[in-house]
Write a protein that binds this ligand. Structure first.
Ligand SMILES: CC(C)(COP(=O)(O)OP(=O)(O)OC[C@H]1O[C@@H](n2cnc3c(N)ncnc32)[C@H](O)[C@@H]1OP(=O)(O)O)[C@@H](O)C(=O)NCCC(=O)NCCS
Length: 189
C-alpha cells in the first residue's frame, strides 16, 4: 500500500513549464481574473466572484479544507513568475474507503489553448495517485464544454455517462458528462 500524504507541509509540484503552489491572500486579484469573467463562467453554475474580499474568503476556504485534510487546491504559475497565478486546480470529495477523489481546474482566459490545464492536471493526477493511495479519479463537465472534455481525454479519462438535465445553468437545464480514470489506466511515465 502507498504511504498516504500526512498534510504536514503543502506539496509544491513542478512540471516542464509550471509550478503548482499554495494559494495566499496575495492571489486575490488573480483569482478574480480567473473566476469572474463571463467566458470563464459559461459552463458553470457558480455565481460571479466579484470582490477582493470574496476572493480572499475563497482562498481561506481552500486552505482550510487542506488544513482539515479534505482537499487541496493548487495555484498554477509559470516558472518565470511564480508570484502571478494563471489558474488553479484541485481535488476534493476524498472517499477514503473507496480510494477515490474528484478533480477540477481553471485557467485565466488570456492563457487558454496553450496546454496549461492539461499539464497541471497531469501533475495533479500523478500526485493524487502517488500520495492518496487512490484507485480512481473522477471529473465531470457540462455536455458541450469541449475544452474541458479535451483536457480530461488528453489526461487519459474515459467518458462513463451522462446525467441528463442535471444542472440549472444559465436559465436552462444542462446535461452533465461523467469521466473516470483508474489507476491502472494512468500513464505514469
Ligand atoms: C477548460 C479550461 C481549464 C481549459 O484550459 P486550457 O489551458 O485552455 O486547456 P488546454 O490548452 O490544456 O487544452 C484545451 C483543449 O481543448 C481544445 N479546445 C479549446 N476550446 C475548444 C472548443 N471550443 N471546442 C473544442 N476544443 C476546444 C484545445 O484545442 C485543446 O485541445 P488540443 O490540445 O487537442 O488542441 C479553460 O477553458 C477554463 O478555465 N475554462 C473555465 C473554467 C472551466 O470551465 N473549468 C472546467 C470545469 S469542468
Amino acid at each position: 500500500m502507498t504511504e498516504i500524504y500526512d498534510f504536514s507541509s503543502f506539496p509544491i509540484l513542478r512540471t516542464e513549464r509550471l509550478t503548482l503552489r499554495q494559494l495566499t491572500s496575495q492571489d486575490a486579484e488573480a483569482l478574480l481574473a480567473i473566476f469572474d469573467p463571463e467566458e470563464a463562467r459559461r459552463f458553470s453554475t457558480r455565481p460571479p466572484l466579484e470582490t477582493r474580499e470574496a476572493a480572499i474568503k475563497m482562498i481561506n476556504w481552500f486552505n482550510d479544507l487542506t488544513h482539515h485534510r479534505q482537499a487541496i487546491q493548487w495555484g498554477i504559475t509559470l516558472h518565470e513568475n511564480e508570484r502571478v497565478l494563471i489558474g488553479t486546480c484541485g481535488w476534493y470529495s476524498w472517499a477514503q474507503s473507496d480510494r477515490r477523489v474528484d478533480i477540477g481546474y481553471h485557467i485565466v482566459p488570456s492563457q487558454w489553448g496553450q496546454g496549461y490545464a492539461t499539464e497541471a492536471t497531469r501533475a495533479m493526477l500523478r500526485w493524487c495517485f502517488e500520495n492518496l493511495d487512490l484507485h480512481r479519479i473522477q471529473a465531470d463537465c457540462t455536455a458541450g464544454h469541449d475544452a474541458s472534455e479535451r483536457v480530461l481525454l488528453k489526461c487519459g479519462f474515459t467518458v462513463e455517462g451522462v446525467w441528463r438535465e442535471s444542472c440549472w445553468e444559465h436559465e436552462r437545464f444542462v446535461d452533465i458528462k461523467q469521466f473516470g480514470l483508474l489507476r491502472r489506466e494512468f500513464d505514469f511515465t
